[in-house]
Design a protein around this ligand. Structure first.
Ligand SMILES: C[S@@+](CC[C@H](N)C(=O)[O-])C[C@H]1O[C@@H](n2cnc3c(N)ncnc32)[C@H](O)[C@@H]1O
Length: 268
């Protein structure tokens, strides 16, 4: 989200998605990352737009040795919920806008991470974030950016129209500029390459939601359809029936949803 259009993310939504996020993030990229971290000593990890710290809870146990996590977010209520992500880790919270980080703020980092952030940024904000990360000269792992493709099974004739309107909503114009939405990963990868990154790897990290994830699927579905209708008000009448039909399928445990995301690993 942009600074002027600072839509707040609820802690309940972050809780609901945490296990699906953990199952989706790419372990292959973590294996590549581990081979490029300094051996021995304490790792300093800066997690940008950390929310309540879900990235640390997933990643800290997968990284070696003692760690110090610095969590950056502009929402003090989410930061207040975060704790050290493990017995060998310490944590520090920083209330900050991650699109305006100065070079000195990431100077000590051995690793920079973010999760579910890039698609919320404008081109200009992303360029500033990439510049700050590249300036730190350490590996960067940016996970779970929305890439736009959604599959619902069984299929419904209205799926494609809702999906297209949702994608346009992701790319909507805000007072700070157009949001990148599904284009964010490609733009970020290109920007890191132009700044001289040695390796930029992209790996798919889809949510695969079935009967076990009914609460998350229902919440996601309602948000997905509402955003599509906000973008294309003419969709509202059809979407109302569609939403009810789809929620009945979620209740009956017979709707499977795949929501595409991508993870990005940058090695300087
Ligand atoms: C979808 S949530 C993801 C939170 C967390 N990374 C996770 O995976 O649970 C997006 C987060 O980005 C934060 N955020 C968005 N734009 C930001 C900015 N410019 N500066 C700092 N935090 C920002 C929000 O406050 C929110 O916590």
């Amino acid at each position: 989200m942009t600074t002027l259009e600072a839509i707040r993310v609820s802690p309940e939504w972050l809780d609901l998605r945490e296990s699906a996020d953990a199952a989706a993030r790419s372990l292959d990229l973590v294996r590549q990352l581990r081979s490029r971290l300094p051996a021995g000593g304490r790792l300093v990890v800066h997690d940008l737009a950390s929310g309540s710290g879900s990235m640390g809870r997933w990643l800290a146990p997968l990284l070696p040795g003692p760690q110090h996590w610095v969590l950056h977010d502009r929402d003090p209520d989410l930061l207040a919920l975060a704790e050290a992500p493990g017995p060998a880790a310490t944590v520090e919270m920083r209330l900050s806008d991650v699109t305006r980080l100065g070079a000195d703020e990431l100077a000590e980092a051995n690793l920079i991470t973010a999760s579910a952030l890039l698609d919320l940024l404008t081109d200009e904000e992303l360029a500033a974030l990439v510049g700050a990360c590249a300036g730190a000269g350490c590996p960067v792992l940016l996970t779970l950016s929305v890439t736009g493709s959604v599959q619902l099974l069984p299929a419904d004739p209205l799926d494609a129209r809702v999906a297209a309107s949702f994608d346009e909503h992701q790319r909507r114009i805000t007072p700070c500029g157009r949001l990148l939405g599904p284009d964010a990963v490609g733009v970020a990868a290109g920007a890191f390459r132009r700044l001289g990154a040695e390796e930029v790897a992209v790996s798919p990290s889809p949510w695969r939601l079935g009967a076990e994830e009914a609460a998350l699927t229902a919440e996601w579905l309602v948000g997905w359809v509402d955003a599509a209708c906000e973008q294309e008000p003419a969709l509202a009448a059809d979407a109302d029936l569609y939403r009810r039909r789809r929620l009945r399928e979620v209740d009956a445990g017979c709707l499977a949803v795949t929501v595409s995301h991508a993870d990005l690993l940058v090695l300087p």
